[in-house]
Design a protein around this ligand. Sequence first.
Ligand code: HEM
Length: 548
Amino acid sequence: FELGEPGQSPCTFGDAANIFRTNIEQIYGDEPSLDGCPVAEGELDSMVTGNTFVGLQKYYEMFGPAYKLCFGPKSFIVLSDPVMIRHVLRDNAKAYDKGILAEILEPVMGKGLIPADPATWKVRRRAIVPGFHKAWLNAMIGVFGDCNNVLIGKLEDVAQRDDQIEMESHFCSVSLDIIGKAIFNYEFGSVTKESPVIQSVYSVLKETEHRSTSPIPYWELPLANQLVPRLRKFNSDLKILNTVLTDLIARAKSSEDKADLEDLQARNYDKVSDPSMLRFLVDLRGEDATDSQLRDDLMTMLIAGHETTAAVLTWALFEMAQNPEVVRKAQEEVDRVIGDRVPTLDDIKSLKYIRYMAAESLRMYPEPPLLIRRALESDELPPGSGDGHRPKITRGVDLFLAIYNLHRSEDFWENPNKFDPERFERPFQNKGVEGWAGFNPDLLEGKLYPNEIASDFAYLPFGGGQRKCVGDQFAMMESVVSLAMLTRRFEFELMIKPEEVGFYTGATIHTRNGLPMRVKKRVLPGTEQTGGGEAAKNEPVEASGSSA
Ligand code: HEM
């Protein structure tokens, strides 16, 4: 009896029984636990009301950097320490896979990179990563600008009517339009219209998120897919999406253009009629992948690269609305660097404050707020910020890597609950965490965002180690373009109290009640003019030697 899909965790029923027995002995028999981690007991309220990360943070304060959560026969060891997490993600990454996360995501993403078993992952990662080439990212900046221009048009209407608008859903629409165009050259046009395909994307995302927070795999119960209306709807929406993706793959495969191929090979993306990732995977990597593997790759990137970026923008705007000084600094930088233009790659490098605003949004609201792993073999973790003991990991144990706890810990950040983009320019000295190098801004030279190296794994917005996000540069550039273009043109005022915005966690941190904003056109300093009188123009973008 295997836990997980074939090809995933080779952990046996015996492993699960072993873990369960030691938990019972620890909880009811006062026996020393195999792993040496305390069992977290107390209020589970926030865990079941959609605020998992708040619950995990409470336990972190009570039980320290490595504790155990038990739900009946299931248990999770929760880690909130950079040294332990560095060990799991990077130093001994071969000993861990995605465990339950892969089981939850497999019905939607198949063998896409996120849930892929190690053998498939290795082949596909090697095929996909070159697609995120600097020249392609450069070409995508134009797509970011075009899609944001549509939103800007809508916001101008709202401003003219002195009306308000819910921004979270609009950020989702822009990022959906961007990912559709970039990954498979599909025009969702979701900022301005609704369609069955758009509805299907949202419904599939919602069900996937629901599954990721459910303690039992209800979708695997006998006949559930036939009898439960929500699951029937999910399956039919998934079918709609699969049909669209399969069609796009078939079209891409049957429409190979020799001239395009040469330009693609030379990375002349500005000369190619369809510079999407699909085109790259079909034309340059075609021999590697079956149609179903390509579908899994596209679906994975669609889901991974959509709401995550929308959440960065949502929470950045939420924080800006409460921090006028941040807005002032952002406006000053945008006016000085780009004015009414869409930023180029070089501009993005110069928009340091805006880049750090996006990074700070990801620090305070990491998407996802926790990463999941399962031990494929027994292991021993380093002590890190713990009491000196080294947690022992038994084969088959599930781990939550609590990124939210890391990003909000006073052990690693000064005033962690303050939105302070300039914090990434200041060093943070280690206060005695064994084996942690502290935060060193000198290591950020030439980097687009403060990565896991400068923070020695205390800042992990895109994960770390071999399974690190492939879309990190894409997402940061997209966020910077959007924040810069909106900051130049509008002033936003939050129409409800900040505490009424609320949280709801799925795969990302959503607002509970939306982000209603009043929008005003911004009057540029020293003039009577408003920013961006007409849609921003894309300047020709030159290839640059950025770190991207
Ligand atoms: C993996 C975050 C945008 C594609 C990851 C992981 C994180 C993450 C934390 C690591 C998961 C783990 O270790 O279990 C984010 C955030 C984004 C973002 C915060 C936006 C702000 C994107 C975009 C794409 C993308 C735009 C694609 C266009 C992927 C893929 C993986 C991944 C394919 C799996 C990589 C692998 O296992 O090799 N992402 N991501 N992500 N992300 Fe992103």
